[in-house]
Design a binder for this molecule. Sequence first.
Ligand SMILES: C[S@@+](CC[C@H](N)C(=O)[O-])C[C@H]1O[C@@H](n2cnc3c(N)ncnc32)[C@H](O)[C@@H]1O
Length: 316
Amino acid sequence: MTTTAESTLSHHTPSSVDSGAATARRAAEIEARLRADEARLLLPLDRELALLAELQEFEFGRFLLHNEGLNGYWTSYVFQYEPGDPTANDLERWLLTKSLMPGIRERFHRFKAHIAPHVTDGAVLASVPCGLMDDLLQQDYTAVAPGSGLRLIGADIDAESVESARARAAARGLADVCEFHVRDAWQLGLDGEVDLLTSNGLNMYEPDRARLVELYRNFARALRVGGRLLVSFIPAPPAPPWAEGGRSGDWDRYGIHADDLRQDLAIFGDILQAKYLNFTSEQEIREQLAEAGLTVTGISYSDTGVLPVATAVRRH
Ligand SMILES: C[S@@+](CC[C@H](N)C(=O)[O-])C[C@H]1O[C@@H](n2cnc3c(N)ncnc32)[C@H](O)[C@@H]1O
């Protein structure tokens, strides 16, 4: 296996970012860029500056300001949020309930439902990148016989996420069956041992096709023959209704109103310049997985036909 490029990484700072000098510097850089780009902004400059100010007021917002994507802790925070839970301020509540985040929360719960039938005696289940490993740790293991050989493997490049996952495993009484690796997914080092490998939230950070195939080869190698991969991917979304080629109604399936979509794209595009959106069509992921030795057996979508999750099997 060769990996020449630097590894894909979604974040650079720990979960808790204070509101001190580093955040002020980052906000000043962003403000200067917004002012220079004023003509291209999705919202009036003063509205974008108000959003920038509000993002500095809460921990999740500060983490977003410093990073290109979510780490394990904040991913779990988004996925575990339930309507009515307290939030730090109105913008955080908006992010958790009205932006595109509720969609990825639905996909996480669909992931969990896909995993459930694989929770059997002696099963070897892996999550890469595991983050806090909610996908595996939140399964119901009560019917699995003690000593059956059940193994839960988590691997993530971020030591903080892995430590939190380890603590969560202990809290759920699953420490004995869990093993964790602080590891780059491109250097996974698992070999022919896994029945089901889940991967939610990594491939969309990687723009290079050859690197994606390499990632999937690592997944294929980890699986036993007949083992399965469950992997999310993001097809290109429609143009926003206000853009060239955009049509009103195209985004209804994403469960987001046009005004909220504009604010979402202003925050994640104009302000944060998030880098997690590398789009892959259904056809492309079928081909990439096939090159890695995996055959797609099914693709599930949300009830409204978005946010796909592919299942693929290692044939030989
Ligand atoms: C969006 S989170 C998803 C975590 C988890 N799958 C979940 O659904 O909660 C992305 C995770 O990818 C991890 N990550 C980023 N680059 C990685 C790499 N090269 N190898 C392994 N993990 C990586 C991050 O540390 C982070 O925990």
